[in-house]
Write a protein that binds this ligand. Structure first.
Ligand SMILES: [Zn+2]
Length: 426
């Protein structure tokens, strides 16, 4: 049997931690200390003249702070170093145009997290079919939910190992996110067909072959009513708070309940997204997506002047906030999932895909009859169909024409664009 080439793969795996009340307090303490460390670092940065903002100086400042401020000592030295590294990386991301400048981290707005940069410190073992154990610095041995075969013990090696982890707290409690590195056989090129995808207005995902992926509301009617009730309660409590008065325990509790409901909706959305992208990556060899631009981002339920949207109010709010971040994540998921299955994701800059007819290629005014319906007004054509399906067909067509090719991920060698005549492409 011939063995294919091996490719390195890096991914994260998140598991739920079981912590004792003391463990939760310890983890909370570490996360607060890590955040304080960040804020001290940021204050130091702003105070320092430009030429003295070096890694060595920052390191010295951190060491001094850990000696001077008692509660910072609860943070393991490795985690403090990780904060330093992340902070400098944040500036690098800013200078290279990927992110905004780092800022102070507020107590209630920040996700609580602690870095464990060294994988070998974790000392992971599997103790049960469903449970693993890991050592967390200054917390001790803790159990976590074993839902994936991790490269530990005899299965670990130089190439297959856990390189680090991060503790993250969300509404369900503390989780551990492992950084896993493996060496796997390179997948055979995917033999599936090409497909274009449009992020729909009437359907969440429309494919060029007519397939659509839809989902209902993330929260049931009852849950939505409860969320509204909680939001109203929070607003009322906020109104009755006198200026300068600290936020009450009750209000904090209501905020937590609201966060819980929103997180539930988000988990359901994420689950749907994972299932959808896995199905697409399994079926198709080349997946063509519209490159993310500002235009896409503002493509909203409101629609255009020609084709105003329906149920605008219902589609805004919670659903929109999930939807907004969803497309970028869909592309990311598709990129790594297709790559694992030997496929490719191609991004094309595709302006006007929703207004152009995918059968004749003309943009005729008024063709987009409504949010859902596209009827070509070209007298020689008259193609009609779902507007999102039409856009997906345009996306695929642009790829087949070889107009623009930006490989997002997947095979190292980009498949040469097939020069297909427009008639044959459709
Ligand atoms: Zn047409």
């Amino acid at each position: 049997m011939s063995q294919g080439a091996l490719v390195k793969r890096q991914f994260g795996h998140r598991a739920r931690l079981v912590l004792s009340p003391a463990g939760v307090r310890a983890a909370d303490g570490q996360a607060h200390a890590a955040r304080t460390m960040w804020n001290l670092l940021h204050a130091w940065w702003r105070m320092m003249p430009k030429e003295e903002r070096t890694l060595a100086n920052a390191d010295a400042a951190i060491r001094q702070a850990r000696q001077d401020i008692d509660f910072l000592a609860v943070l393991p030295a490795q985690a403090a170093q990780a904060v330093l590294k992340t902070y400098f990386q944040a500036w690098k991301n800013c200078w290279e145009g990927r992110a905004n400048a780092p800022d102070f981290k507020g107590r209630f707005r920040t996700v609580m997290s602690v870095d464990i940069p060294q994988g070998r410190d974790l000392n992971i073992t599997r103790v049960h079919r469903r449970w693993g154990m890991a050592t967390i610095p200054k917390v001790g041995r803790v159990r976590f939910r074993w839902t994936k075969d991790l490269p530990v013990g005899k299965r670990a090696g130089v190439e297959n190992r856990i390189t680090g982890a991060r503790l993250i707290k969300d509404v369900l409690g503390w989780h551990i996110a492992f950084r896993v590195q493996t060496l796997e056989a390179e997948p055979d090129p995917h033999q599936g067909p090409d497909v274009g995808i449009d992020v729909g207005v009437t359907v969440p995902i429309a494919l060029s072959d007519g397939e659509t992926y839809e989902h209902g509301e993330w929260l049931t009617g009852k849950e939505q009513a409860r969320l509204l009730h909680l939001e109203q309660r929070a607003a009322q409590r906020k109104r009755h708070r006198k200026p300068g008065e600290p936020t009450s325990r009750r209000l904090h509790h209501t905020y937590d309940q609201i966060a819980g409901m929103r997180a539930k909706a988000k988990r359901r959305a994420l689950d749907w997204q994972h299932k959808t992208t896995t199905a697409i990556a399994r079926t198709y060899g080349t997946v063509v997506v519209e490159a993310l631009t500002i235009m896409n981002m503002v493509k909203s339920a409101r629609g255009t002047i020609e084709a105003p949207g329906k149920n605008v109010a219902q589609k805004s709010g919670l659903n929109r906030s999930i939807h907004k971040e969803a497309w970028g994540r869909t592309v990311t998921m598709l990129a790594y999932k297709t790559a694992r299955m030997g496929g490719t994701v191609v991004e094309i800059p595709a302006p006007g895909t929703s207004r152009r007819c995918s059968a004749c290629g003309f943009t005729t005014p008024g063709s987009r009859e409504s949010q859902a319906v596209f009827v070509c007004k070209n007298p020689d054509c008259g193609w009609s169909g779902n507007a999102d399906h039409n856009a997906a067909r345009n996306v695929l067509h642009l790829y087949r024409m070889g107009l623009a090719l930006i490989p997002a991920a997947g095979r190292a060698v980009v498949r040469r664009a097939k020069r297909v005549k427009p008639a044959a492409a459709r």
